[in-house]
Write a protein that binds this ligand. Sequence first.
Ligand code: SF4
Length: 333
Amino acid sequence: MNTALSADPSETPCEPQAAAGTAQAPGRSAEQRAAHETNKLSKRLHRQVGAAITDYNMIEQGDKVMVCLSGGKDSYGLLDILLSLRQRAPIDFSIVAVNLDQKQPGFPDHILPAYLKGLGVDFHIENQDTYSIVKRLIPEGKTMCSLCSRLRRGILYRVADELGANKIALGHHRDDFLGTIFLNMFFGGKLKGMPPKLVSDDGRHTVIRPLAYVAETDLERWAEHRQFPIIPCSLCGSQENLQRVQIKNMLREWDRKHPGRIDNMHRAFSQVVPSHLMDRQLFPFETIVPTGLADPAGDKAFDEDEDETCATPTPAPLGEVAVPMEFVRRPRD
Ligand code: SF4
């Protein structure tokens, strides 16, 4: 898509969050500082969403984007920012917000229609009692999410067809991407994250994730600032995936202790070096041969990369390194 959706393309989309908004200008009142921070947050969110849309060519002239709205902070934030970016975009695209009311007990079905009417945005509420189906088919105490999301996906694809939407926008953010890659590594034995853009399994829809660069903590702050009428996500009674919760806590802890680490990991998703992984489908290890030509940018098989060493303490000068005794003594047979 156009670059104009990215407010400032010169800035990287993954700036360290810890550096954002902590400086306090002298002489400002608490209200002024709060307004300043909110303004920075708004700019960052718009810039990051614009950059993701541009980088992955998510939205094009004439698109009709169906924004899936659950009532949680992420999807509210997504709709809010897309609506605002659309106003300044040099191309025409339309937005329709869709909520799937799954008939979970206690779901406050008046909240979203009232909110969306207030915004003046096109919207559709799809009523489908998937809750009863899932309850009937999944034994008590088992996680319902897998079947529930499969049913939801099918319904949303159909609704997109009926509404004439060619793009389906989901509210997954940077931390969802990271959580997924760790879940897949820990439990699936795969290096596989969450695509920012994909063609659906029925081959008919393009699914986009414009919040791919956005930190969850920023969405939390934005939801608070914008006073979104959040609908609790525990109505179905299903426990959130325990492993995902643990990974989320691990990432938050890292972010607290090592500011910038999460951003670096996230940036790594788009800087993959296939020759330094072990997937023979991605790199032809079997057929590589020496060319006889020196390449200054080529691999130095026995040296560490600069990027790796800069994260560790400065190594002691050679000759002052204490050699562990197990390397000196020959182990007894
Ligand atoms: S948390 Fe509840 S609504 Fe969400 S996917 Fe799981 S079962 Fe479905």
